[in-house]
Design a binder for this molecule. Sequence first.
Ligand SMILES: Nc1ncnc2c1ncn2[C@@H]1O[C@H](COP(=O)(O)OP(=O)(O)OP(=O)(O)O)[C@@H](O)[C@H]1O
Length: 595
Amino acid sequence: MNAITLDTSTSRLAEHKAQIQPQRRVVPARYPARTFGTVVAAGTLLMIAASVLGNPKWGWPVFAQWFFAEPVIVSLGQTLLLTALGTLFGSLLGTTIALARVSGSPLLAWLAWGYVWLFRSIPLIVLLLLLNNLGYLYATISLGVPLTDFRFGSWSTAALISPFVAAVIGLTLNQAAFSSEIIRGGILGVDNGQREAAAALGLPRRRQIFGIVLPQAMRSILPAGFNEIINLAKGTSVVYILALPELFYTVQVIYRRNLEVVPLLMVATVWYLIILTVLSVIQRRIERRFSRGVAGSQGAGSFVRSARISLRRIDSSASITRMPVRGHTLVRGDTGSFHRPVKGGTVVIEGAVKRFGDLEVLKGVSLTIPSGSVTVIIGQSGSGKSTLLRTINHLEPLNAGLISIDGKLIGYREDANILHELKEAEVLRRRVDVGMVFQSFNLFPHMTVLENIVEAPVHVRGRPRAEAEADARVLLTRVGLSDKVDAYPRQLSGGQQQRVAIARALALRPKVLLFDEPTSALDPELVGEVLGVIRELASSGTTLIIVTHEMGFAREVADTVVFMDQGRIVERGTPEQVFSRPVHPRTAEFLSKVL
Ligand SMILES: Nc1ncnc2c1ncn2[C@@H]1O[C@H](COP(=O)(O)OP(=O)(O)OP(=O)(O)O)[C@@H](O)[C@H]1O
């Protein structure tokens, strides 16, 4: 009993000691130079404010009298209207010119280049004066068929091109020349893999440009583009030479009458400051909108929230089972869709020849790949494996030979032994039978995982979004990523991104699925999870063609192993034959190096 009493009193003593011990204090680090700088800056600001407000020559009462005066407000409206119209028409024309420049048509690219060269060279003031004097050059403007007398109509130039119209046209032409280069820079900045992935999914050209490329390009277009708009807002003052009552012109008229130069210049300055502040706020908002999927953006925050919600939904679902697959977990819902059978396609390659300039990369490759089989292509770097894969879905057109899927050509229509090259839209439509998974994933970074997967079913197959989303969730479950529905690609590991890319390719239910070194961009510990998914797919009925350097995986999963060397297939057979009893000396030499 005594011992217990002693123990209790000892612990009380320790508690008491802890209570009377002084609390630790944190002293923030001191930065004397920073403090000094802040004091100097504050002092300078105070001095400027005192001098501006205290010096009667600034004429603040006159400023206050004119700031909201009717002529000033009306001319401000004119400035805003010119800025808005110049921005709108200039951006539309600039986008058209930028797209023409990258269109691949030499004539369009040349015309676009000429436009930019001309209108960037002509000073705006000269352009405005020329447009204002167009009536001197052409008394009337007619619209008709060239080299004939047929006319739709004829109008007096002076009546048609008022100073306001001349100002809008001049500002538009000038703005388009500069903004087209900014837009072109943004488009060129988007990784080529994005265009390839969109094309491989069969997305229509319009959707490729406006859904995939331009939204990504906007991130680099916006800061420079807003600089141009701000320059335009200030640059509208140059239209004073057309005697247009915009803000600066009106202020000049007033101070010439009342001689209060400084206060009226301040009226214009403060209004310009307000316009630019509003534009800056708009810029921030638009930039935030286009920063979806970028690390640290608002999109990221909303991802974390929604990912948590998705996780909770999954954890509370009793119908989900987890299946271990070498190094990761595949999650299967009770839809039973894990092995949903798909009708595979038979791929026939006949004498495929592909050249890049003088380099012949494929030298008459012939190969038949049966429906539902798994073919693994191996070979040395540069032997033409990826090129062969890319010719199957016509990402690379052949120079000679043919490739068909279930007897159907992707890039051509055969008519009495004549091959007619198909238009791009038709090629894109036919390409949906062939899914492709790229080495560097090529997920669309501005879209969530779910949006990436439903993109092609909605825009290529025309399926209702809700239906496509329901299927996408099943596919994500199938690749073990049902908790990443609302994540952006940047928020996933490489292995997870590649699994999403596989789900995206599967969403079109392709007959043939091409894998171009699907694991070579992954850390070794992430390779297993992607191979696990492909292994599961091997029994799904889809024809799989895989280019890989993973020899162990090739041996395990392939029905047929194809060995390529210098643009030719030199050996093919079962994994057992090729890996254990290679016939060709090049195969034996290659395997002795890699195994
Ligand atoms: N667009 C292209 N323009 C010019 N040459 C190209 C192009 N694409 C590929 N090549 C060339 O074709 C050859 C075969 O390239 P390919 O990518 O098909 O080889 P690979 O066997 O897949 O190599 P790796 O295993 O290193 O990916 C290489 O010499 C490559 O430089």
